[in-house]
Design a protein around this ligand. Sequence first.
Ligand code: FES
Length: 104
Amino acid sequence: MMAEYVAVARVDELKPARMKRVEVAGRKLLLCNSEGRYFCVDEMCSHEDYSLYLGCIKDGKIKCSLHGSYFDLATGAPTCEPADEPIRTYAVKIEGGQVWVAAG
Ligand code: FES
């Protein structure tokens, strides 16, 4: 079954380098604005159970503030240790002045 898109924010709601916690299809996710582009990823770090909401967004990546791993927001891949597993990424679209995320 195709994942359904859910509206999670107004398109002008987040300034660059800001993020918002959203829940889609029972999953806790982060909507991230990196330099004007929206991305959506799992809220929790893949290294330990720690919220990436406490980190920061920089150059298309999100940083975990517990041990300092960065994850690419487009692919979810870790770009430095200690994390070696990716975080999940979710499809995002802009339509009708809203940001939509699919996470089925
Ligand atoms: S919990 Fe995120 S890098 Fe360790």
